[in-house]
Design a protein around this ligand. Structure first.
Ligand code: FES
Length: 142
């Protein structure tokens, strides 16, 4: 019986301890989006023109999941109402969303994807997601 596999550790690749292994590079082909939960934080990873990006998975318009959207020329498009966010900066570049999404540094080394997520990022990201979902429920019931 072989020993259980453990996730690659950031220190093995010269990365700060805040980086969390999320996937092999091949799991995120160009033009794809995927959902991951580093430190329990729900993130959308997307690859555009060969570069991998990590952003909040919650659209700032009405809290749809960006991992259900798609990579477009300028960034990531939300499938619900068509907002587009810049994958580098998180800026909302096409309405109806006007507020930015959070972005997180990605390191891709030796075919492995790591995202930098601190404990504070995880807490703040979860709080933002709750606020957006509550705002959506209030809007739906008014
Ligand atoms: S929820 Fe994303 S554009 Fe409306």
């Amino acid at each position: 019986m072989s020993a259980p596999e453990t996730d690659p550790q950031p220190s093995e690749f010269g990365l700060e301890p805040e980086y969390v292994y999320v996937a092999r590079s091949g799991q995120l082909p160009d033009g794809y989006v995927r959902r991951f939960y580093p430190r329990g934080l729900e993130l959308c990873l997307a690859r555009n023109h060969g570069t991998a990006y990590a952003v909040s998975n919650t659209c700032t318009h009405m809290a749809c999941l960006l991992s259900a959207g798609k990579v477009v020329e300028d960034g990531i498009g939300c499938s619900c109402h068509g907002s587009i966010f810049d994958l580098d900066t998180g800026e909302a570049i096409y309405p109806p969303a006007t507020k930015p999404i959070a972005t997180y540094p990605v390191a891709e080394v030796e075919g492995k994807l790591f995202v930098r997520v601190t404990e504070q990022d995880a807490l703040e990201g979860a709080a933002r997601k709750r606020e957006l979902e509550e705002a959506r429920r209030r809007a739906a019931s008014s």
